[in-house]
Design a protein around this ligand. Sequence first.
Ligand SMILES: Nc1ncnc2c1ncn2[C@@H]1O[C@H](COP(=O)(O)OP(=O)(O)OP(=O)(O)O)[C@@H](O)[C@H]1O
Ligand SMILES: [Mg+2]
Length: 507
Amino acid sequence: MTALLKAHKITKAFPGTLALDQVEFELRPGEIHALVGENGAGKSTLMLIMAGVYQPDGGELFVEGQPVSLHDPHHAQRLGISTVFQELALAPNMSVAENVFTHTQPVNGAGLVRFEEMFEATERALAVFGIKVNPRVPLRRYSVAVQQIVEIARATQRQARALILDEPTSAIGERESERLSQVLRMLRDRGVGIIYVSHKLDEVFAIADRITVLKDGKLVGTVRTAATSQEAVVRMMVGRELDQLFPPRDGGREDTVLEVRNLSGPGYTNVSLDIRSGKVLGVFGLTGAGRTELARGIFGIEPITGGEILIFGRPVRITDPRKAMNEGIAYIPEDRKQDGLFLEMSLLDNVAAACLRALSGPIFMHGSKGEALARDAMSKLMIKARGVEQRVSSLSGGNQQKVLFAKWLARHPKVLIADEPTRGTDVGAKAEIHTLLRKLAQEGAAVVMISSELPEVLGMSDRVAVMREGRLVALLDRGQATEERVAAYALGTSGDGAAASGRTDNE
Ligand SMILES: Nc1ncnc2c1ncn2[C@@H]1O[C@H](COP(=O)(O)OP(=O)(O)OP(=O)(O)O)[C@@H](O)[C@H]1O
Ligand SMILES: [Mg+2]
């Protein structure tokens, strides 16, 4: 069988980094082929070469047996290769519909765009993923999750022969991921070849026919999913055994640090919750449940419309993030591109910027102390970079996420709200971030971890808050928080929609 896409001895170097070293890869028609590896292994670089964004320095690409050199992404698209990039490539100020139908807008005889038709098609394309949006409004009004689905819908409706998805589920919840799997299986059964890049091995094992592992720019191997195990693939990825255990949950001193009473704002209503030092509070919910909105309200990004916030029992008015930071609150946002990082600045400047006051003096004078902090973060979080001077935009996606994390850790917050802190990080880094969160709690911080990954929530949390449709529907102690129960509350199938906060039902 001729491969749809084949990479032969592909090599790509960036200044100071050999991102790909003579890599072999092959995509067959009608297969889902997963590509996995640690942060910085070269996955995105290989995908960007196959999508025509980068030119390789050496080696050859074949499309259906023919050697090609892809000039640009449009060229790749004309050859039937469609891509969902890791860093979403959308036009936030254009409408949702225009984003779904870039370059393929339906036109009438006079060459005018048939908007109504485009709007309806957009609604249909997104309904497939269980998402209801207004196709006419600018895309920027929607969450990262919706934006990621828009990008997926755009790629899947192009009728490509080869579909490349680089971490398509990093920002979406379990429900949308399920739908995506269904869509991909359907496309596969029609003969489409699909490359699936992901750090979520459960997902990979559920969907992929074959798995290719990259490590430090080199091919480790390609295996059939049915003939291997998750442990074996992890060993190929990291080159050693790795236990997937969560850090032990012995906490520090327990005190209520932050309390919200009947808090309301855009996307959440009447939330009452106490956040305690020494503990990790996990916040679970489906996409759109209001978790990020609540965090943004507490951190002063979006104004609250009702209720109050107390810190150590003292009511505070948090009208902007600066006030929140002065109260010792830190918020690691889910969208590193929009609110988190200065992409064009170095790793050092990013880490130092977050703790300017701790370092005293303007940013260009942070000198050796900032550098020590940045180096410390690099080694603690295993950030793969040439040095602290490397620009953040040239780090791999997962390593950017780690820099964002490092920024806030350097401030030693009293309350840390981490929104999807392990999004896009590899297994090793994930465990590292879990350990750091727990350490922070042991040192006396109150940690709030918003996550869409149920195993992570259950493995890390001392208490689990479940949100649904903007309301807090359950607050469970660790002993009560079983997978079934948490999922049932999140889905609204627990048979008890009126579950109050602090509710404790007996086993
Ligand atoms: N534009 C660039 N300039 C310099 N170095 C780069 C650039 N793009 C990628 N790199 C480097 O190439 C290596 C591979 O990066 P790549 O983005 O392909 O990794 P990845 O496997 O996709 O990682 P992740 O899981 O974190 O997304 C990294 O060391 C990265 O820093
Ligand atoms: Mg990547």
